[in-house]
Design a protein around this ligand. Structure first.
Ligand SMILES: Nc1ncnc2c1ncn2[C@@H]1O[C@H](COP(=O)(O)OP(=O)(O)O)[C@@H](O)[C@H]1O
Ligand SMILES: [Mg+2]
Length: 534
């Protein structure tokens, strides 16, 4: 009888009576390959035997800044705080057992049958492996240990190895691996950039994880196609580069997806903008059922453009038909009448590409009330502005630019090439920046809200601007074109529009105070408000 049959028999509950306690032990012995020299470091070897480990090294006068779950944020006297993953206390013998169980589990569990969502797959695997170890009587270890074994093995088999520790932490925005030392950094919501205690010993470990990721999204990544940009089934967005594209070795950048996306109330709480500016944008985006504005959210990389676009898109009335077009579907909206379109890169043979522009053109034939374009970059800009010019009011998107002026310049220059006259269809530009706020640190702030006017060519009209001293966005011009347009198309008088904005400002202030900020709570709050207005 083969070793596999033995194990399967052991694991099958029906044949419990036939179980021979020694069988698994023998099986464990035959596949045992422990690496003792690293045992004190908490070695975790992947199935391919490529090293990645978690250092347990401490320095004498370190200071723990924060501690939660299995994480410690520690001041170790360096430029960056350390993000320390605390691992279960396992002995050399434990590691031997873990490796042996993993080898057997790899043989008897077909992970291809599990979900492509690594998180779900891991949970399923953990259960199966836990089941397997609890049925292995010869193991004779505590339940806590069995759970730890199952957890570690499922992570290596079905997850993304050591990176899962980081992907599991909701406090992290980004996970980064930097060659050639393969240092692992994280960007923490509260503490900013941190260096982790994860040590990766070889390019192979990162390669292996990148390959697993590529497999999960049915893509290929190798020396011929050394770049991978993809959205994982969990929503996390991955960018990976291999040699020769990244000269010093593989790099990995994972932008983590928030299960519960931020709402405008969160942004008010973070002081990204104040309730007044938020109320103004609510008015502009919703348009009081008369004139919804065409809005572009500008900013640099990671300034919070997509998040902001998502927040203001929540103001869209639930009765509108919304179409969104993105390179990687990041938007998460509490809307039901919403069709999400996502571009598709060309295959390895260079065929089958579905570009942003093609999707946008197609969406115009789908009778949208609202068009949302994730990020405007190339020729789709022209199509978007054609849409805006032909009556698709209330279109929105993001664009990479650092000011409202630069936004216009970029729109009207290659590769976007929107003609001057067409560019006037834009109504509002919201600019986000990461600003070094004195005594507080690097924070995301709305630094400008500008209106666009003009007939032959666009003219900028700065309405709100960030005041460094107050660390707040302040109105610098009362005369709003947006309000005039709403007045013209909805028939509501200007004083009434002002009163409405005041009311919305109070509502948002109240929502921030009483913590109505989760997606669910805030969308219910909005719906109720809209219902009352009918
Ligand atoms: N106003 C904000 N305050 C705090 N964190 C934010 C804010 N906006 C975005 N973030 C976080 O910053 C990261 C980058 O945001 P994202 O919207 O994707 O940026 P961009 O689209 O400009 O590249 C995300 O992890 C997001 O959760
Ligand atoms: Mg973005």
């Amino acid at each position: 009888m083969s070793e596999l049959d033995d194990i399967q028999k052991l694991l099958s509950p029906k044949k419990e009576s036939e179980r021979k306690e020694t069988t698994v032990k023998n099986a464990l012995d035959t596949v045992k390959t422990a690496n003792e020299s690293f045992s004190d470091l908490g070695i975790i070897e992947s199935s391919e035997g490529l090293l990645g480990l978690i250092s347990e090294k401490r320095v004498s006068n370190e200071k723990v800044i924060e501690s939660y779950g299995n994480v410690e944020i520690v001041d170790v006297g360096k430029d960056l705080y350390q993000y320390r993953v605390r691992i279960p206390n396992l002995t050399t013998a434990d590691h031997e057992i873990i490796q042996s169980i993993q080898k057997i589990a790899t043989k008897i569990i077909d992970i291809r049958k599990e979900s492509v969502n690594a998180k779900i797959r891991r949970v399923a695997l953990t259960e199966k492996i836990y089941d397997m170890v609890t049925k292995t009587r010869s193991l004779n270890v505590s339940e806590t240990k069995m759970k730890a074994y199952a957890d570690i093995i499922s992570r290596e088999m079905g997850g993304y190895g050591l990176f899962d520790y980081l992907l599991d932490d909701d406090q992290l925005e980004e996970v980064m691996v930097v060659p050639p030392k393969l240092d692992v950094y994280v960007f923490h919501r509260k503490h900013g950039m941190l260096l982790t205690n994860i040590i990766i010993e070889s390019d192979g470990y990162v390669h292996n994880v990148i390959e697993r990721i590529a497999r999960d999204v049915s893509r290929r990544v190798d020396t011929n196609t050394p770049l991978l940009d993809a959205r994982l089934p969990s929503g996390d967005r991955v960018n990976a580069t291999l040699k020769p594209a990244s000269v010093d070795g593989p790099s990995l950048t994972i932008r983590k997806f928030r299960e519960d996306p931020y709402t405008i109330v969160d942004l008010v709480k973070f002081k990204t903008l104040n309730p007044e500016a938020a109320a103004f944008l609510w008015l502009a985006v919703e348009g009081m059922q008369g004139y919804p504005s065409n809005v572009l959210v500008s900013g640099g990389t990671s300034s919070g453009k997509t998040t902001f676009l998502n927040c203001i898109s929540m103001f869209i009335r639930p009765t509108d038909r919304v179409l969104s077009i993105e390179d990687t579907a990041e938007l998460k909206l509490p809307l039901e009448h919403w069709i999400r379109l996502e571009t598709k890169p060309p295959s390895v043979e260079g065929t089958g590409e579905v570009s942003m522009d093609v999707l946008l053109k197609n969406s115009l034939r789908m009778r949208p009330d609202r068009i949302i374009v994730g990020e405007v970059r190339h020729d789709e800009a022209f199509t978007l502005f054609t849409a805006m010019n032909t009556g698709h009011q209330g279109s929105m998107g993001t664009i990479h630019a650092n000011s409202s002026e630069e936004t216009l310049v970029r729109l009207m220059s290659p590769p976007m090439n929107v003609p001057e006259q067409m560019a006037t269809a834009l109504n509002l530009i919201v600019v986000l920046n990461r600003i070094n706020v004195p005594k507080i640190g690097l924070k995301r702030r709305v630094t400008e809200i500008a209106e666009v006017s003009g007939v032959k060519k666009p003219e900028l009209h700065l309405l709100y601007s960030w005041d460094a001293e107050r660390d707040e966005i302040v109105m610098i011009d009362k005369n709003s074109l947006t309000k005039k347009l709403i007045h013209r198309y909805s028939g509501v008088s200007l004083p009434q529009i002002d009163a409405e904005m005041d009311l919305r400002m109070q509502l948002l202030t109240e929502a921030a105070k009483t913590n109505i900020s989760s997606l669910g709570a805030f969308s219910t709050f909005l719906r109720k408000y809209y219902e009352k207005q009918r």
